[in-house]
Ligand binder design. Structure first.
Ligand code: GLU
Length: 296
């Protein structure tokens, strides 16, 4: 089977150092196997979007010479795919409406105890939609980190597939899209280790063979926080990509010599594709990088 990987940014802001790690890691892993590398814009949550971010993200990928295969896919154009699957599950009784608020669940201990599972609620506009969990996943195999464990209560939960505000849930959209796009391996940041359990459960419930997973170490800021748009992580530079590119590649375990430092962006990327191997990746899932040229 030929390799198909992807990079799936959410357009809540421009790419930062953490998202560059995910872009590069997924690109090197795909291209080192002569695979395809697809780009999917995960614009599922309009209130959290930054106007213009999708365009900016694609321009950044171009500036770093990360050329994607095929057309860019936008989740905002795929609501029918998600809704059709939800309808199928509602009809079969696999999915159900739930009126519990986040506050109520938190007050009851933090995990959803299937309170509405058998209530057959009809006040649909005030409800989220949940999926009966009949394939909980407690652990999975990661290409770098070997067996990763999911907390039991989290794995057992009937999780949300459509939110009370009408937005589709991330886990559902990601899995339906990955299946539809023929993705064979998911490479992304270690912040997404926990949802992986639910995503594998979805593959099982959809009778699809699961993909393989590789979680890349997460870059933390100097306060030990994940770099994110919410934490105001600095946007990476489009006009002068080299410093952030070299920092991100060192972070991913490349041993960069003076000759590579002096090379053009396209040559550096090509060198990365040729040299990439999984054992170069740090073993830790979280790292605070220290770089002189301050891409972070
Ligand atoms: N859209 C998600 C994010 O930007 C990534 C989804 C994924 O790679 O599965 O965090």
């Amino acid at each position: 089977m030929s390799y198909i990987g992807r990079f799936a940014p959410s357009p809540s802001g421009p790419l930062h150092f953490g998202s560059l790690i995910a872009a590069l890691g997924s690109y090197f892993q795909a291209k080192s196997q002569r695979g395809q590398w697809l780009v999917r814009i995960e614009d599922l949550d309009p209130p959290r979007e930054m106007p213009g971010a999708s365009k900016l993200i694609l321009e950044t990928l171009e500036a770093y010479q990360l050329h994607w295969d095929g057309e860019v896919v936008y989740q905002s154009e795929r609501h029918d795919l998600y809704q059709d699957q939800i309808n199928t599950w509602l009809q079969s009784g696999q999915a159900y409406y739930c009126q519990c608020t986040r506050k109520q669940i938190k007050a009851a201990g933090g995990f959803y105890m299937a309170t509405c599972r058998d209530l057959a609620l009809t006040n649909h506009d005030q409800c989220s939609i949940r999926l009966r969990m009949n394939h909980p996943i407690y652990q999975f195999e990661d290409k770098r980190h070997h067996v990763l464990t999911i907390p039991t209560q989290l794995a057992d939960e009937d999780f949300i597939i459509k939110r009370r505000d009408g937005l589709f849930a991330y886990n559902l959209a990601v899995v339906l899209d990955d299946i539809d796009q023929g993705i064979t391996e998911v490479v992304r940041g270690a912040d997404l280790i926990e949802p992986t359990g639910r995503q594998i459960s979805l593959y099982k419930m959809l009778n699809q063979s699961p993909v393989s997973y590789l979680h890349l170490p997460l870059a933390l800021d100097k306060n030990g926080q994940k770099l994110s748009k919410q934490n105001h992580a600095k946007a990476i530079d489009n006009r002068n990509p080299k410093p952030a590119l070299l920092d991100a590649m060192s972070f991913l375990g490349f041993d960069i010599n003076e000759e590579i430092r002096a090379a053009a962006i396209g040559e550096i990327i090509q060198w990365g594709v040729e040299k990439w191997h999984l054992s170069q990746l740090p073993e830790s899932t979280e790292i605070t990088p220290m770089f002189s040229n301050r891409s972070v």
